[in-house]
Design a protein around this ligand. Sequence first.
Ligand SMILES: [Zn+2]
Length: 148
Amino acid sequence: MNKLFIISFLLFNACAYQDPYFYDYIGKIKEYCLEYAEDTGNCDMIEMVSIRFADGKIIENGDNNIIAYCYSLDGIYIDKEYWDKSTELIREVLLLHEYGHCALHRGHNQETELGYIPKSIMFNPSGSTARFYLKDKDYYLDELFNGG
Ligand SMILES: [Zn+2]
């Protein structure tokens, strides 16, 4: 039993890869987690999820271009073209959304207030949440780390 645990732990770590470009973002998201999560047990997961720019791995889905993706065992892929033209606000919301999938195991939440204000950063597409996140960051961070 112990051996099995050690082997799977090594495999998991061996597979995790964070592009150094994202180190500061990873640190920031972990800080948010430690500040907002009532149960900080999942916060360590944030540093164990792989993250990198996509290399032709992001698929196009009908008329909806996928700009980032969380593959459960493979981590987060970000479309570099989208990233480069995005503001820091959009980037932060995008990463929070993807870590919501990959580290917190949350799915999408399409609920809205008044028909247009997303109730969660897990709203898809994540960019729709950005301007509301800017105004009500506390609410969205609390919902992300404690909701779902
Ligand atoms: Zn998503």
